[in-house]
Design a protein around this ligand. Structure first.
Ligand SMILES: NC(=O)c1ccc[n+]([C@@H]2O[C@H](COP(=O)([O-])OP(=O)(O)OC[C@H]3O[C@@H](n4cnc5c(N)ncnc54)[C@H](O)[C@@H]3O)[C@@H](O)[C@H]2O)c1
Length: 251
């Protein structure tokens, strides 16, 4: 058994994007059995070509996690596929940067539903099962935007601030059942979520200049934190928001 003790763990990763794929690969490398869910079937299929996952028998679940029933069904489907559920990683999310006064209701609803409501629906579904089993680990993706007041991030920042509180309440409610709930909060990381924004003139330099480490994050940067929180080594860590941001929130 390795130091993390993740061998044979049954893990569901929600999101096959930059960070979800990196976490799925890390979990598989640590010996976990992995299912990944995403609304985008092509992104899921692309995981089969991922060097970290090519050897793993990763189960792919297509699901639109903006619907409560789909969230329930996805957790139930993963439990069926894997024979139980020890780890849930929630790594779906979207952003759309514009001033609050220019943000239509539809966009507010869409971002809050995907970033926050899907965390509630999937966390609740997984929590019921993990409590009954007497153990479990959940890791949600928050953001430095949950703490810092970034301009043009109204719905996104609100969703991540709400997520932090949801994580803490679930952690408190389930601590005595062996179910630990934490979040990682990355700074700007190179994925599809940030690609267009960072490509705007001067933006990459400006964002990099805000990071004491002197560089933007890469998907691999979050994997160690997620694996630790998903492991038996994090038995006494719950309700925490772990910033993985190269020091961005220090300044
Ligand atoms: N990349 C960053 O800089 C950064 C920073 C802080 C926090 N985060 C958070 O990390 C998480 C993952 O972000 P990422 O960078 O991997 O983004 P990404 O855009 O690469 O991936 C997001 C994934 O969510 C999926 N998705 C979108 N709508 C969905 C739906 N309705 N149902 C199911 N899946 C859906 C997309 O298909 C995509 O695969 C998000 O919660 C994001 O807010 C990212």
């Amino acid at each position: 058994m390795g130091w993390l003790g993740l061998e044979g763990s049954r893990a569901l990763v929600l999101g096959a994007g930059g960070l979800g794929a990196a976490c799925a690969g890390g979990l598989a490398e640590a010996g976990a059995r992995v299912a990944v869910a995403d609304v985008d079937g092509a992104r899921l299929e692309a995981l089969k070509g991922d060097p970290g996952l090519a050897e793993a028998d990763v189960r792919l679940l297509v699901a639109d996690l903006t619907r409560p029933q789909a969230c329930e069904d996805t957790v139930a489907g993963a439990v069926d596929e894997l024979g139980g559920l020890d780890v849930l990683v929630h790594a779906v999310g979207m952003n759309d940067r514009r001033p609050v006064v220019d943000t239509p209701d539809e966009l507010w609803e869409r971002i809050l539903t995907l970033n926050l409501s899907s965390a509630f629906w999937t966390g609740r579904a997984a929590g019921r099962r993990m409590r009954a089993a007497g153990r479990g680990r959940m890791v949600f993706f928050s953001s430095v935007s949950s703490l810092l007041a970034h301009r043009h991030h109204g719905p996104y920042a609100a969703s991540k601030g709400g997520l932090d509180q949801l994580v803490k309440v679930m952690a408190r409610e389930w601590a005595a059942d062996g179910v630990n709930v934490n979040a990682v909060a990355p700074g700007y990381t190179e994925t599809e979520l940030t690609r267009e924004y960072l490509a705007r003139p001067g933006m990459r330099e400006e964002m990099t200049g805000l990071v004491p480490a002197g560089r933007l994050g890469l998907p691999d940067d979050v994997v160690g934190a997620v694996l630790f929180l998903a492991s038996r080594r994090a038995a006494y860590v719950t309700g925490q928001i772990l910033y993985v941001d190269g020091g961005r929130t220090l300044v």
